[in-house]
Design a protein around this ligand. Sequence first.
Ligand SMILES: C[S@@+](CC[C@H](N)C(=O)[O-])C[C@H]1O[C@@H](n2cnc3c(N)ncnc32)[C@H](O)[C@@H]1O
Length: 298
Amino acid sequence: MSRRPGPPEVVAPARRLRALLAEAVRALAAAGIPTARLDAEWLLADLLGVDRVALYAGAPGVGEPDAARYAALVARRAGHEPLQRLLGWEEFRGLRLRVAPAVLIPRPETELLVDWALALTPPGATVADVGTGSGCIACALAAERPDVRVIASDGSSAALAVAAENVRALGLEGAVTLRAGDLLEPLAGTAPVDLLVSNPPYIPSDVIASLPREVREWEPRAALDGGEDGMALSRRIIAGAPAVLRAGGALLMEIGEGQAEPLATAMALAGFRDVATRRDLHGVERLIAGWVTAQEPD
Ligand SMILES: C[S@@+](CC[C@H](N)C(=O)[O-])C[C@H]1O[C@@H](n2cnc3c(N)ncnc32)[C@H](O)[C@@H]1O
């Protein structure tokens, strides 16, 4: 007895899907995308509304309109548009956050800032997140510590609109307040905060042109450019922070490579004590923290 072949509508989708994926991987690899397969899988899975494993396990059917949409997305990725921009989201500490042209795509090293921030946040604290962008730090803190209130600010109203969407989508409106304005200005007139966190722009201006295309062509300049030596905004935050922190409160910032020493000096000069740094997964000193001196009792 001869084995009957499976019905064509079952076999064909898997073959078609594999062919689409293979073609996409070829195009992305040829364009110099190092994560060609992963990106090809993510784009297709997201388009079809399935997870990546299902591409191989379930082999969902791909109709002509989806195939055309997929080809367009792959072409954009081949032009080095960041994957997260094409997906419209990035995951940050388990939260799915919307990303858009106005905001920096949240980075894994910033998840380490949240780790340290959580350890530094006393119960019921108020935290300020300066330069909130997508709102990733503020949302993660509020989601992981429901006792905490966060004031999140940014100089870009377009970025704040994205942060507002994320705050709303995560149901964190009661915990995160958004404010527009230059650096620490939105904190003027508010009660002193317990912790000030920031991932300010810290790339030296003339280094930006040498960054990968995904960054230099697609990330907002205002999220990258830290001035001539990359530390212009960090220094302004350090200088202004003691006035908005309560006595004994802490400043915690993400910093660029080679900036730990000069910024530690700037913090000491501004009156911070116990200045400490932490390294990222590549061994780079990526975070810096210090405490404003608590007033001695009379
Ligand atoms: C490196 S991004 C960080 C975004 C987000 N906090 C994160 O960690 O992904 C820096 C953010 O600071 C904002 N920014 C730049 N200059 C600013 C200024 N002078 N005042 C307020 N925000 C500023 C940018 O709009 C951008 O959203």
